[in-house]
Write a protein of this length. Structure first.
Lengths: 404, 226
């Protein structure tokens, strides 16, 4: 069922929706063309899947195109992704050549129809070669606080030709010759992943995967990606398990632009050995299952080593769950330590917080409730749509105070 | 008081939506913070002294400004943090004066506590300067009488209240908030205008502020529609 902006009124209020409608009017006649590298898997595709129809429902001509690439192209972009996040790897001239060969094919193939072209992440960044008199925005969804310099310099040659750039956290920004904006991603409270579920629906999922609810459940929902540190999560669980009898769920799917996932999944299986209280679930795209697993959990963990934003934190908090997460990327924007969740820097720190929360359910409940309020005020899709519309309008208005 | 008297000029409720623009400037020490405070645009000072009002509505009263939060939580300078948090923002009629007060507060602290300069934020916890870009949009709500005015106040967004109370006065450098100005000049309700102007809006949530303004008008006009 296609959602409409009015459906959000019971959650965010009539007036917030009125504001969005008011500014959407100002975009009449403009075509917004989103371009990314995958329709399924990962946070970017999820946001575009939710947001594009909502924008269209507001009368904004929003479109969404995807670039094409072979596996060797996505292996290179995955390598870029990893080294931009600070993971050591060797980047060769051949990698840049592969990137440019596919990019040039995409430049030739793609039909640019937007008055505003909104390019997401590094994979399609070279499409800027097709810029004419329209406006172009580059949206960086990843943590580039300590980027690989050679790759970053390579990307910078493209970035500076955009009209504006968008980052998810202040720490990702550097001095740039173009305008740059801070826009956090969001969750959709009405999506299958976040909507309310009945106890029966939750129980059915737990039954299907053979997970008892008699012991506390610690859960990390993430793609099987080394930057999400699933092995570290198992070590954290093992430290907690010495003192509190609990279970661990590691669940996630894959993304079509991430060829490394199966390798990491195998490493995780190996590390978990035969512990019957560790549940490792490689899920197809199944948002209801993810939703149920989060709702059945006692504590949500996101122990990423790097994180563009970490939407699973917002998902957990929205469900009023206490969340323990790494102090990386956009996570500190979502969690104020000891107020709306717990931030950690290490496996030991995460284990300490998880133990503390398992032993203090009243405190854990309060963190979850505060977190829910924070997400409601700042990280729902309605705020995100509002920010994007303002971003598009900013392309046509200079200055710090704009009268529309 | 006749709540149906019609003002010669309507009050047009505007809303203000904002977008955060990154400057790429960051500070790791008090000296760097001081240096950048002197050169960043006024819209950045405005952002860091007002962001909490909108983003953490549920945490108020007394939301800290970003400078106070950072020097306390990251640099461990609690005394300076308290001084910065207690700057009486309502007394300033423009950003320039507010900026000078923040700078002077930090300078005096450094003079008195030389070692404070040696503290630095670890990687990832630097102070990032951000600007606020405001989009001001007239809404469909217009009031000509006190009765209409009060009724509309109950349903407009907190963003609209925010604009007319905070932004209009400090950022657009008007002498008072828009509500008081209109009540006094168009409806000649000086007492109501003064009472609203005396509220310290920095010390309450936006929803509490809305209720307090409505309360003042309803008490003053002898009506209570609830």
């Amino acid at each position: 069922m296609i959602k409409k902006i009015e459906d959000y009124i019971p959650i965010v209020g009539q007036s917030a929706v009125d504001d969005v409608r008011l500014i959407a009017e100002k975009l009449k006649g403009k075509v917004i063309q989103n371009v990314n590298s995958t329709k399924n898997g990962g946070g970017v595709a999820e946001i575009l899947n939710n947001m594009t129809p909502l924008l269209q429902g507001l009368g904004v001509d929003a479109r969404w195109d995807v670039i094409q690439g072979e596996e060797h192209f996505f292996s290179v972009t995955k390598k870029f992704h990893n080294v931009l996040h600070g993971r050591p790897d060797e980047v060769t001239q051949r990698d840049f050549d592969i990137f440019m060969e596919t990019s040039e094919k995409n430049v030739r193939a793609i039909d640019i129809t937007g008055d505003i072209v909104f390019v997401h992440d590094p994979q399609p960044i070279a499409l800027i070669n097709k810029k004419q008199n329209n406006k172009w925005i580059w949206r960086c969804h990843i943590d580039v606080s300590h980027p690989h310099q050679r790759v970053w310099n390579f990307l910078m040659d493209f970035i500076v030709r955009y009209d504006s750039a968008v980052f998810s956290a202040p720490g990702f920004s550097f001095k740039l010759p173009i305008r740059q904006f801070l826009i956090s991603p969001s969750i959709d409270p009405l999506s299958d992943k976040n909507k309310e579920l009945s106890s029966d629906e939750i129980d059915a999922v737990m039954y299907k995967y053979g997970i008892s609810r008699k012991k506390p459940i610690i859960t990390q929902i993430s793609r099987f990606d080394r930057l999400k540190d699933p092995l570290g999560v198992i070590e954290m669980y093992q430290l907690v398990k010495k003192y509190v009898d609990c279970q661990l769920i590691l669940a996630g799917g894959g993304a079509s632009d991430d060829p490394e996932g199966m390798e990491v999944f195998a490493e995780v299986k190996e590390k978990a050995k035969k512990d019957p209280d560790i549940h490792i679930l490689l899920l197809p795209q199944d948002d209801i299952t993810i939703n149920a697993l989060q709702r059945a959990s006692t504590i949500i963990v996101q122990k990423s080593l790097k994180e563009g934003f970490g939407l699973t934190v917002a998902e957990g908090l929205w469900k009023k769950k206490p969340v323990v997460a790494s102090h990386v990327g956009g996570i500190p924007l979502q969690i104020t330590h000891k107020h709306s969740g717990m931030l950690c820097y290490s496996i030991q720190g995460a284990a300490y917080s998880v133990k503390q929360l398992l032993n203090s359910p009243a405190y854990a409940k309060r963190l979850g409730e505060n977190g829910h309020e924070h997400i409601k005020n700042n990280f729902l899709i309605t705020r995100h749509i509002k920010d994007y519309i303002l971003l598009f309008l900013s392309l046509f208005h200079a200055g710090d105070i704009v009268y529309l | 008081m006749n709540t149906r008297i019609t003002a010669p000029e309507e009050f047009i409720f505007c809303t203000r939506l904002h977008l955060s623009e990154l400057t790429g400037l960051r500070a790791s020490t008090l000296n760097q913070l001081l240096h950048l405070l002197q050169k960043v645009p006024g819209s950045s000072i405005y952002h860091h002294t007002h962001r909490f009002l909108q983003q953490h509505q549920y945490l108020s009263p007394e939301p800290p400004n970003d400078f106070a939060f950072w020097v306390t939580e990251i640099l461990g300078e609690g005394e300076l943090g308290e001084q910065l948090a207690s700057i009486d923002t309502i007394q300033f009629s423009n950003i320039r004066a507010l900026r000078e007060c923040i700078i002077e507060t930090i300078e005096q602290h450094i003079k008195a506590h030389q070692f404070a300069q040696l503290k630095f934020a670890k990687e990832g916890e630097e102070f990032h300067f951000i600007k606020s870009v405001s989009f001001v949009i007239p809404t469909a709500y217009k009031a000509s009488t006190l009765e209409d005015f009060s009724a509309i106040l109950k349903k407009i967004t907190v963003d609209s209240i925010y604009f007319h109370v905070f932004e209009s006065r400090l950022r657009l450098e008007k002498k008072t908030n828009d509500f008081s100005f209109w009540l006094e000049t168009s409806l000649h309700e000086k007492n109501l205008a003064d009472e609203i102007a005396r509220l310290d809006p920095y010390n309450q949530t936006l929803e509490d502020l809305r209720m307090n303004i409505i309360g003042i008008i309803e008490r003053g006009s002898g009506t209570n529609n609830d």
